[in-house]
Design a protein around this ligand. Structure first.
Ligand SMILES: C[S@@+](CC[C@H](N)C(=O)[O-])C[C@H]1O[C@@H](n2cnc3c(N)ncnc32)[C@H](O)[C@@H]1O
Length: 432
């Protein structure tokens, strides 16, 4: 059951052996380069006559190599929607690509350095299985709800953890309920949402589950106000480590962790784990963004390296924030410009750095595992233009792995389904 989720082994999820089709184009490119250089070296070691032939031959080979690269490179396909200047910049001709990761990816520290049991191979295997399932989803257009990346993450984790009960807070039209159901066909679900998903059926596709207890519509109760011992007793749950909670309700995540802790839950997934300076609620990513974490803590100096990198990246990624957006009055960069947002940004209160720091220490003190779902594929494959890859873990299918992207069936999906990634996170809370 959920007990087997984590191990104290450390995995670098991208450190596994690479598939044989890895960088198919890279291999081809390498092959062409070798052939060209062998050919040239044979010519240039000859006589003067050979030299002039060599110059002609070099131009010819360069032309051949250049055109074959342009027409066979997956990069050519992925950048077609950019203008030529952006295209050159995207592929690093002005050094931008070398900025990938330069901003760093902060994370919450767990107490004993535990991490999840699954590896990148498990994720790739999961993708292979999930793509055909996703294609049968009842709600094809889930704008304002989860896209492909997070649907996969939720399905994968629910399947791996095999909970005895799944609770979701924030159902909207029911897409995430459907995802949970695909992962665990016979496990009961409890869904909390102010508006019942059946209401959306009048206007179009929605999903209502037959084995789900809805606290929705007139029966709605907020997660923090549910009488959990009573509800769990009704569902015959005695071991709380068998329960998986999924939050997609845009509430302050610190508040949700405290409520879950109070009830004794241990396995939590947060859909929208917004980066510092973005989003409509205080998130784990924001909380753990601290100067003592790699990629954490920020400089509000206008002539800093960070300011320069951010302003360049903002031109390419819609969700990237530059230093002006990141920093509020008195150089407050934490949360969103020094504010703690809650409830879809209906509440927005200033928070001191001292408090923000305390929040992170609190989270670290109760955390066994913090794992951010990586994006399913790199931006040159998915064509996503929203999240900045410099602030996300390395994708499951890395840029350049065009063959794998195709083989997994990901190329068949509409590009728009890859635009909703916001660092979904899995937390395991220590047993109190
Ligand atoms: C982004 S949508 C959820 C999307 C859904 N999980 C999906 O993937 O399709 C957020 C939902 O949270 C609901 N919501 C708002 N306040 C809430 C609360 N306090 N508790 C639970 N849900 C809430 C909204 O009504 C909305 O349906």
């Amino acid at each position: 059951m959920l007990e087997r989720t984590v191990s104290s082994r450390r995995y670098n999820i991208h450190g596994d052996a690479v598939d044989s089709d890895d960088g198919e184009s890279k291999t081809k490119k390498h092959h062409h380069t070798n052939r060209a250089s062998n050919y040239l070296s044979r010519f240039t070691t000859g006589s003067g006559y050979h030299c002039s032939c060599a110059i002609i031959a070099s131009f010819f080979l360069l032309f051949l190599f250049g055109s074959s690269f342009i027409f066979t490179s997956p990069g050519f396909l992925c950048i077609s929607s950019f203008d030529p200047l952006s295209r050159a910049r995207f592929f690093g001709f002005d050094g931008l690509q070398s900025d990938f990761g330069a901003l760093g990816v902060p994370c919450c520290r767990s107490k004993h350095g535990k991490t999840v049991e699954w590896t990148s191979k498990d994720l790739i295997k999961g993708l292979e299985e999930f793509v055909p399932i996703y294609e049968t989803r009842p709600i094809k257009n889930n704008m304002y709800g989860m896209g492909f990346d997070h649907s996969f993450g939720l399905w994968f984790m629910a399947r791996w953890l095999k909970p005895g009960l799944m609770i979701e807070s924030g159902a909207f039209k029911g897409h995430s309920t459907w995802v949970l159901r695909q992962a665990m066909p016979n496990t009961p679900i409890i869904s909390l949402s102010p508006r019942h998903p059946e209401k959306y059926l009048k206007k179009g596709p929605a999903y209502v589950d037959g084995n789900c207890t809805y606290f929705a519509g007139k029966d709605f109760v907020d997660f923090g106000s549910v009488d959990w011992p009573k509800v769990l007793h009704k569902h015959e749950i005695v071991n709380l480590s068998q329960v998986l909670i999924f939050f997609d309700d845009h509430q302050n995540e610190l508040k949700r962790v405290e409520q879950a802790l109070k009830a004794g839950f241990q396995h939590l997934v947060f859909e929208d784990n917004y980066d510092t300076g973005t989003g409509d609620h205080y998130s784990l990513r924001q909380i753990c963004d601290q100067p003592y974490i790699r990629g954490g803590g920020h400089s509000c100096l206008k002539d800093s390296d960070e300011a320069r990198i951010r302003s360049r990246r903002k031109k390419f990624w819609e969700k990237a924030v530059d230093i002006e957006e990141l920093c509020g009055p008195s150089e407050a960069w934490w949360g969103v410009r020094g504010y703690l947002r809650d409830n879809f940004n209906h509440s927005n209160v200033p928070i001191s750095y001292a408090q923000h720091f305390q929040n992170s220490r609190f989270i670290e003190s109760i955390l066994d595992v913090y794992w951010e779902l990586p994006p399913v594929a790199g931006p040159s494959l998915t064509h996503q233009t929203r999240y900045d890859p410099a602030r996300a873990p390395n994708p499951i299918v890395e840029d350049g792995r065009h063959g794998l992207f195709q083989r997994l069936g990901l190329a068949k999906l509409d590009n728009s389904v890859f635009n909703g990634y916001t660092q979904m996170v899995y937390l395991q809370i220590s047993e109190q």
